[in-house]
Design a binder for this molecule. Structure first.
Ligand SMILES: Cc1cc2nc3c(=O)[nH]c(=O)nc-3n(C[C@H](O)[C@H](O)[C@H](O)COP(=O)(O)OP(=O)(O)OC[C@H]3O[C@@H](n4cnc5c(N)ncnc54)[C@H](O)[C@@H]3O)c2cc1C
Length: 277
């Protein structure tokens, strides 16, 4: 539950944010990091987040970077989704981001908040999973860089006090052919029935999914089946469907069977597009 007199801090440096976190912990407070605050406030009001002190990461310069260095596109964790879309430095990310919530909410929602949030769709992580980005994590051991595919297992595996600072994406991935498709049961905004992001790297297509299971994921087993050119497309897809991790969602957005039906058609559409048939 959100305390009536919640404490708000906006440190200007990584070190100050970490110090503030441990200072609050030592005072027996329940600090959490804060990006756009949309989820903290929404879930806090429903008693699904318990905190009495928030540490806003938007004052930290490194969290606001969105630029290329020699090797990488650097994406700061506190950037609002609409900023990323307007700059459009990473077209696949722009496309995935534009499907999340609505424009007004995306003015607030940050990339780090989406990836680290409890609401399990976390659609913004899909481009980073298939482009094998790196996650820059700040914590009491300093700044550490991890392969995102290793540290993101259903959720970003952060230790207490750590926060996501940036994502690094090799430049060679930025302009590869891609498809990003979000299917909803109804309306133009809202949670996905199914979201798929795909990128073609040399002659292989990589896929990541949200809305299919109660976590976003990339599956090498599904990719192996989908890229098996020895088989007809229909069979490649049927075999890939057998590799979908469980559980498959069966909820108000759509039944399990309907999701699999939509997945089959969406994979067909993406593969025909990226294989140029
Ligand atoms: C109206 C609405 C519609 C939505 N629709 C979708 C949708 O279609 N698809 C989808 O994927 N999501 C959707 N969401 C979920 C939404 O994307 C997340 O709840 C939101 O992204 C949180 O972002 P934020 O920046 O506001 O995070 P905050 O509320 O600031 O934080 C969310 C959580 O992440 C933690 N956190 C934030 N930043 C960091 C960081 N850098 N490092 C470590 N931890 C951090 C916070 O401590 C908190 O636990 C929707 C949410 C709303 C309110």
């Amino acid at each position: 539950m959100l305390a009536a007199n919640i404490e708000y801090y906006k440190p200007a440096t990584i070190q100050a944010a970490l110090e503030q976190f441990y200072l609050l912990k030592n005072k027996r407070k329940r600090p959490i990091y804060y990006g756009g605050g949309t989820e903290v406030l929404t879930l806090g009001r429903l008693n699904l987040i318990e905190t009495d002190a928030v540490i806003d990461l938007k004052g930290i310069r490194e969290c606001q970077s969105f630029e290329f260095d020699q090797e990488y596109l650097i994406t700061g964790a506190a950037l609002p989704l609409t900023y990323i879309e307007e700059k459009n430095l990473f077209p696949l990310l722009t496309s995935s981001s534009m499907g999340i919530a609505d424009h007004t909410a995306r003015n607030k929602i940050t990339i780090g908040g989406n990836i680290c949030g409890q609401i399990f769709y976390r659609e913004a992580v899909l481009p980073f999973l298939i482009c094998e980005s790196k996650a820059v994590i700040a914590g009491e051991n300093g700044i550490q860089i991890f392969a995102l595919n290793e540290i993101f297992n259903e959720t970003l595996q952060l230790e207490e006090g750590q926060f996501l600072l940036q994502l690094l994406t090799e430049k060679r991935y930025i302009h590869l052919p891609f498809v990003s498709i979000k299917k909803r049961q109804q309306w133009d905004t809202g949670y996905p029935l199914l979201t798929v992001a795909a990128v073609k790297v040399e002659d292989q297509i990589r896929f990541a999914f949200s809305g299919l299971c109660p976590f976003p994921f990339r599956s090498r087993k599904m990719e192996d089946e989908l890229n098996n050119l020895q088989l007809p497309l229909k069979e490649r897809i049927s075999r890939a469907l057998l590799q979908v991790p469980s559980p498959i969602l069966d909820d108000i957005e759509g039944s399990k069977d309907y999701r699999l039906f939509v997945l089959r058609n969406t994979l067909n559409e993406i593969i025909l597009d990226l294989e140029g048939k």
